[in-house]
Write a protein that binds this ligand. Structure first.
Ligand SMILES: [Zn+2]
Length: 313
């Protein structure tokens, strides 16, 4: 669904709630605490912004909890309307180069167009990170090796040091990426670009029948012992030799860096993994027509992430 379709289909919070409810409980509403299906519906007449209209009450005498279709999910305890959440999801999944919190906030009307007023930035930033949280590939999926022809490469993330901004210098974090030709990308933080780390990741994420293409870095030297290995020598200004190149992963890095570097600084390093998740997710689902629904479904499965928890990580 594109932005216009989303705004048309979900123009009220009631419609958003009904959609989430159908997705969470396709076979009928169940209690979020005890799982019972004896539920009564309380429809509230108050049109207050911060009150979810469809409230449920568990009829199990030992439980009796009240809940809504956003209880226990990442949407919970948000002052934002669900229509804004849905619009935000549509914006983020369609932003190929990523979308800064500022841009997201302005698009949603949370941040005034005149951004000299520091209003709404925190809300937009918090919202963006909660959407990203749902985009992480599961451990089980990450354990499946990449197939066919795989390009591997590493890079460093972070802007140029600018003394005028008086920020502390910091070690740019390293990221390694592997990409299946015509398939999915997988990225990982690396402590150093040592042979043990890079070779270790190649072996972990591929199988002996995989063909691996890298640059001439010495760290990849031993890949050829157990995999078909092709190298291009960037030092000798060789970028492509027939089928052997690392252009696919380098194109991914350039997208990723354009999206992240602009708003990136030392304070963001601890959140880097979430940005990586976002770019991986969008890339890996680039041909998925149901991406909007998939993303909302995943968000329903993500536990609430309080702001304090996010900033203390
Ligand atoms: Zn219950």
């Amino acid at each position: 669904m594109n932005l216009i379709d989303v705004n048309k289909a979900f123009d009220t919070d009631e419609k958003c709630l009904a959609f989430l409810e159908q997705m969470r409980w396709p076979d009928g509403v169940r209690c979020v605490t005890c799982g019972a299906n004896r539920i009564s519906k309380i429809t509230r007449k108050t049109a207050s912004k911060n009150v979810r209209s469809n409230l449920y009450q568990c009829l199990e005498p030992s439980c009796k909890v009240q809940f809504t279709s956003t209880s226990g999910t990442i949407f919970n305890d948000s002052h934002l309307s669900l229509t804004k959440w849905f619009t935000a999801v549509a914006l983020v999944i369609n932003a190929k180069k990523g979308m800064s919190a500022m841009e997201l906030g302005r698009n949603l009307g949370i941040i005034p167009l005149d951004n000299r007023i520091k209003k709404g930035r925190k809300t937009a930033w918090y919202l963006a990170h909660r959407i990203r949280e749902a985009m992480a590939e599961s451990e089980a999926d990450r354990a499946i090796p990449l197939k066919g022809t795989v390009e591997a490469d590493e890079t460093y993330v972070g802007g140029r040091y600018d003394p005028r901004r008086k920020r502390e210098r910091y070690q740019k974090p390293g990221v390694m990426g592997m990409i299946e030709r015509g398939g999915k990308v997988r990225t990982m933080r690396i402590p150093t670009a040592s042979r043990a780390v890079l070779l270790g990741n190649v072996l972990k994420h591929t199988t002996p029948d995989t063909t691996v293409y890298t640059d001439e870095s010495i760290a990849y030297k031993k890949v050829g012992l157990s995999r078909t290995h092709g190298k291009v020598s960037h030092i000798k200004l060789e970028w492509v030799r027939g089928d052997v190149h690392t252009n696919t992963i380098e194109n991914f890095w350039s997208l990723f860096k354009r999206g992240v570097v602009g708003s990136f600084h030392q304070l963001s390093i601890k959140h880097l993994q979430r940005y990586m998740n976002e770019f991986e997710y969008r890339f890996n689902n680039r041909q998925n027509a149901e991406l909007f629904t998939l993303t909302l479904a995943r968000m329903c499965g993500v536990k609430p992430m309080p702001y304090k928890q996010l900033i203390s990580q």
